[in-house]
Every structure is written in C-alpha cells, then in structure tokens.
Design a protein around this ligand. Structure first.
Ligand SMILES: [Zn+2]
Length: 437
C-alpha cells in the first residue's frame, strides 16, 4: 500500500486546504478539490461493453461525472490508472466477518474459548483484508452485537473495512443450523446462544423487531438444516412456512430484506412463496425451483467458495470441524458447483457471495466463471446485481454520477484471466484510497 497517497487523501487538514482552494477556482464539472481517475479500461457495472481511456471525476465521496478521454482540471489531483482495468468496488453479499478459515482452528474449541470481544478483533482484521481485496461493501449474515459495532466503527473511520449490512444472529429453530448448543453438553448455556432461536411465528416477529432494535440492517433465516452444523440434516426443512411468513412480513414492514439459508428445492420454493429476498446456497434447487425464483425476482447467492474451503478441510483436517460434520461436507460440498450452470441458464438473478470471513473472498470470481458464468456476468453479480439485492443501487454497484466513489482496479484483463480478480492493485472507498499497489 502506498502510505503517503492514502494518508494524503484521508487527512482532514488536506481536505480543509482543498476546500479553501475550491473557493477560488471552479472549472466546468471540475473544481480544485476534485480527484480525477484516469481509467485505461472502465467496466462501469452498467453496460456490458468496457470503455477505453475514461475519466472519473470525484468530489468528496461521490462520483460527479464519467467522461471520455483523459481529462484534467487546474488544481485537481489525477489518479493514474491508465494501465489498469477499473471496476466498481466489489460487493460480497454473504460474509461472516468474524469467522476463521476451517483449516485454522478447531471449531468447537474456538467457540468455547473465545468471547465476542475476541471475535470483534478478528472481524476487524478480516474486514480490513476484505477491503484490501477490493470489497468495498459486504452483507454479514450471521454475527452478533460485535458485528454491528464493527460496522459502526468502520463508518466512523476507526477501522478499515467495507460498508457493512449486518443481520446479527441468524434466526432458526431449536436444534437447527444456527442453534449454537447443537452437539454440545445440553447443560451448557450462554446468554448469547438463544438470541437467534425462533420456534413460533410470534417468536419470529419478536426476534425480527429485537434484531432491528439492536442495529440489524438485514434479516437472515436458516430455514433448512445445514452442513457445517452438528445433528441437523441439510435436506430437511426446519422452519415452518408460518414462521418464514412471519419473519418476512415483519422484516419488510420495518424496511429490512430477508436472506434465507436453504438447500432443499421444496423449502426454497416455500421460502420464495413466503417472500424472502434471496436464497443463500440453494444447492439442491431444480429447474422448477429456479423458474419460481425467477418469476418472484428472488436472488440466488451460490456461495461456492465456502464449499471449496470446507471440502478441503473435511478431506485434510476433519478433526477441526464441528463433531460429525466432515461426512456431511464430503457428501454435499461438490453439488453446488454442478448446480450453478443450470441456475445461470435459467436466468435467475444471481448475486456474489463467498460465505467467508477470513480468506480470499475474490476466489468466488474464479469459481463462478469456472462453473458457468461469463466474466462479465460475474462482475455484474459482484457489483450492479449485489447492489440491487442490498437495495442500494442508487449509491453502490456502478461507476456513474451520484454513486459513492467505490472503485477498484486490476492490472490484467479480468474478462480474459479470472485470476486478475485476485490481484486487485487499487482500492478506493468513498473517495479515500486504501490500496495503491
Ligand atoms: Zn453463511
């Protein structure tokens, strides 16, 4: 990272000096405190055709104009990315910012020997890494108060990280994928372990309202069993349709979207009819399921990265996973990749999600492209379409006037080499440079 440049654009004194200068010179669309990014190639997240030699004029934290050719203005600072491909900042719609890679620690031991405060520090470290990988926004679908606090610390400029949407604890039934007590001595208890449990429509309404009060900006449900959890079956529906409907009605009435972790086709269909906004994983969906999702405008977030990472952990380090889950991983983790191609062909809306915290979030690009998406479709999934799923298309996901100046650049051609996504060399969020080579 180029420290002087980064510091320069973030120092309030520098900003203040520029505000002073602006009073004396205004030149058309530009004035003295503007930044002008020269983009060798611009993929703007709006049109499918890349454009060469473009200029992006940035004032404060927003994009003012996008112009043909390399423009300049007296007093404006030029950010030279003329040798780069420039894209909107990436958006990961399924993260757990506090979660370690499964190959790094024993999951049960780690959970029982660390506090939420420990996890907050992990989350700060992993979210900074995520931003430096090019992810300027992310949706955390299963954390706690520490995740909401991290979001606020990032917004306040105390910690580096993406703009975060947070769900707090995932909502689901006793004994389900999100029940922290599953597989442990049932006499154990922890005040935080019940905060996601929902066993009736009334509890569902209460939990959604309570999560909103605690700072949730999205709601997550785990409507079917899962894979990395002990004692539940990923092929079973575990929430009732009435509970799902109660969550969706309450969340939507409060302006919150609902993300639903689901594997089986029939449960996906029930959740789509209940009105959820996205299906997370969706691994056992059929052609009929995708058709129903398409008809309802429901997003699919395939999360191929987590299956890759957990399959390897189950194969090489089964002792690190939660009790009894390695077999579930080995039996199920190869299916999602096979099911991506039919999803793409069906025309269902797809948003980018890795399901990672620690680790390389950009690996999802290679997996999407290697299993049925074109590079441009993968870019749209991580920019324009992800912003739409967040409900933030007017501020994020494209390089257009009025959007936040969230910009990344890679040195190769991402439309030809999918590895280029894993070598982001420039990251700007809200007009502030966080990475420059
Ligand atoms: Zn997840």
């Amino acid at each position: 990272m180029n420290e002087p440049m980064s510091q320069r654009f973030r120092t309030p004194r520098w900003r203040a000096l520029l505000f002073g200068a602006a009073a004396f010179s205004v030149f058309g669309n530009c004035n003295a405190r503007d930044l002008i990014v020269h983009a060798g190639v611009l993929i703007d997240g709006v049109g499918a055709a890349p454009r060469s030699q473009m200029s992006i004029v940035i004032r404060d934290d927003k994009i003012v104009t996008v112009e043909n050719g390399y423009t300049s203005a007296p007093g404006a600072d030029i950010v030279d990315l003329s040798k780069m491909t420039v894209m909107p900042g990436f958006i990961d719609c399924h993260v757990h910012v506090n979660s370690k890679l499964p190959s790094r620690a024993n999951a049960t031991e780690d959970r029982l020997t660390h506090t939420d405060i420990d996890r907050a520090f992990d989350a700060a470290m992993f979210s900074r890494a995520m931003l430096h990988q090019g992810f300027t926004s992310a949706r955390d679908v299963g954390g706690g108060d520490e995740t909401a606090a991290l979001r606020d610390a990032i917004d306040a400029g105390k910690v580096e990280g993406p703009r975060l949407w947070v769900s707090l604890e995932a909502l689901g039934p006793t004994g389900g994928h999100a029940d922290r007590l599953s597989g442990l001595d049932p006499q154990l208890s922890h005040p935080g372990w019940g905060l996601g449990l929902v066993d009736s429509p009334d509890q569902a309404r209460f939990r959604v309202r309570e999560h909103k009060r605690r700072g949730a900006t999205v709601i997550k449900i785990v409507a079917s069993g899962g894979i990395a959890s002990t004692g539940d079956d990923p092929r079973q529906q575990l929430m009732t349709n009435e509970e799902m409907r109660a969550v969706v009605e309450t969340a939507h009435s409060l302006g919150l979207k609902v993300a639903a972790h689901i594997y089986p086709a029939s449960t996906i269909e029930n959740a789509v009819r209940a009105g959820v906004d996205s299906i997370e994983h969706g691994s056992f969906a059929t052609a009929d399921t995708f058709a129903l999702m398409k008809a309802h405008g429901t997003y699919l977030v395939p999360t191929l990265s987590v299956f890759e990472v957990f399959y390897e952990a189950a194969r090489d380090h089964p002792e690190l996973l939660r009790p009894g889950t390695a077999q579930k991983e080995l039996a199920n983790d190869l299916l999602p990749k096979r099911n991506l191609s039919p999803a793409v062909k069906s025309g269902v809306k797809i948003a980018f999600g890795s399901d990672l915290g620690e680790g390389d979030h950009a690996m999802e690009f290679g997996l999407l492209i290697g299993n049925g998406m074109s590079p441009m479709q993968a870019i749209f999934a991580a920019t324009r379409d992800a912003a739409d799923l967040l409900g933030a298309s007017d501020t994020l996901g494209s390089v257009q006037p009025g959007r936040y100046a969230d910009i990344v650049a890679v040195s190769g051609d991402p439309l030809k080499e999918s590895q280029a996504f894993e070598h982001v060399v420039f990251v700007m969020k809200g007009g502030v440079v966080y990475r420059d080579h």
